[in-house]
Write a protein that binds this ligand. Structure first.
Ligand SMILES: [Mg+2]
Length: 295
């Protein structure tokens, strides 16, 4: 009876308005859903350095610094390399960077799985990684069925046939959010090349975050964005999202919450669940009341 009483109180004093405070949770994947200490990040960087050395023939002494600086400046080293004018196949790069990662270090995470499954909101991955890597990581973590979808490299950078670039834009109705963004070309390239390449669209660019919001079809004001990168968090905030920096106990500019580990999410943001309990009470009210009365 107590719960019924408090439910009715909530219904009448207006707190029910909080029920739909958050409708969607947008998660970065790497170093957010599993800790940096897994070693995957370091291994990935080593692979990318190997690609820069072997495929792009960049001076060995320059590679580590360049790799890190491009990552910081452009969101991914790949995006930075393309911006500098290096030409290479996207899939080849991803295969090199992710093909030999020590995925066995990622173990099924039952704690996170249960947390995710208990959240009433829509849940979507938003990663700069390619879809193959995303699928492998989610499978290793045992989380492949916990998300409605994955927004990844291929989502924001769909393959474009140079010959019918314009046609591709016209026909790609499903990717409505991307069509707009594909028009964002490097200014210089646009002027100087008839087949100018669209620049890589990825976090932390605001356009990438806004594209993800469009594709996910969410209201940023009702969406929480989790990421381990301070720059991504700043862009997320600029796009109007609620933000959580993961892997840090200290807030960064633009972050509403800081989580040392994604496992702490329930302690840090209990509203995600509290509102759902209210909703559930509402749904099961009639049968629950009878049970209580008979007891
Ligand atoms: Mg990350």
């Amino acid at each position: 009876m107590g719960s019924l009483g408090s439910y009715l109180d909530m219904d009448t004093d207006g707190r029910k308005a909080n029920v739909l405070k958050y409708e969607c949770l947008l998660f970065d994947m790497d170093d957010t859903l599993y800790p940096m200490s897994s070693g995957l990040n370091l291994a990935c960087r080593k692979n990318i350095e190997g690609f820069m050395l072997q495929h792009l023939h960049i001076e060995e002494s320059e590679v580590p610094r360049m790799c890190l600086e491009l990552y910081r400046e452009y969101g991914t080293t790949m995006a930075g390399l393309k911006a500098l004018g290096y030409e290479f196949d996207d899939d080849e790069f991803h295969a090199f960077a992710h093909g030999r990662l020590p995925y066995e270090k990622l173990k099924p995470d039952a704690v996170l799985r249960n947390l995710l499954l208990s959240m009433p909101q829509r849940k979507i991955i938003f990663t700069n990684a390619d879809k193959g890597h995303a699928a492998e990581v989610l499978k290793r973590l045992g989380l492949e069925d916990c998300f409605e979808g994955v927004i990844c490299f291929e989502t924001l950078n769909p393959p474009v046939e140079t010959a019918n670039y314009t046609d591709a834009l016209d026909n790609n109705a499903v990717l409505a959010g991307v069509e707009v963004e594909l028009n964002v070309l490097d200014d210089d390239a646009d002027k100087e090349s008839s087949h100018s390449k669209p620049r890589i669209l990825c976090k932390p660019s605001l356009e990438a975050v806004e594209a993800a919001i469009q594709i996910a079809n969410v209201d940023p004001k009702k969406t929480i964005f989790f990421d381990d990168s301070a720059r991504n968090i700043a862009s997320g905030k600029a796009a109007g999202l609620h933000t959580v920096i993961v892997g840090s106990s200290a807030l960064v500019p633009g972050a509403d919450y800081a989580l040392n580990s994604i496992h702490n999410i329930k302690e840090a943001i209990p509203e995600i669940w509290e509102d759902e309990e209210e909703q559930q009470e509402q749904v099961i009210q009639s049968s629950a009341v009878e049970t209580v009365v008979l007891a």
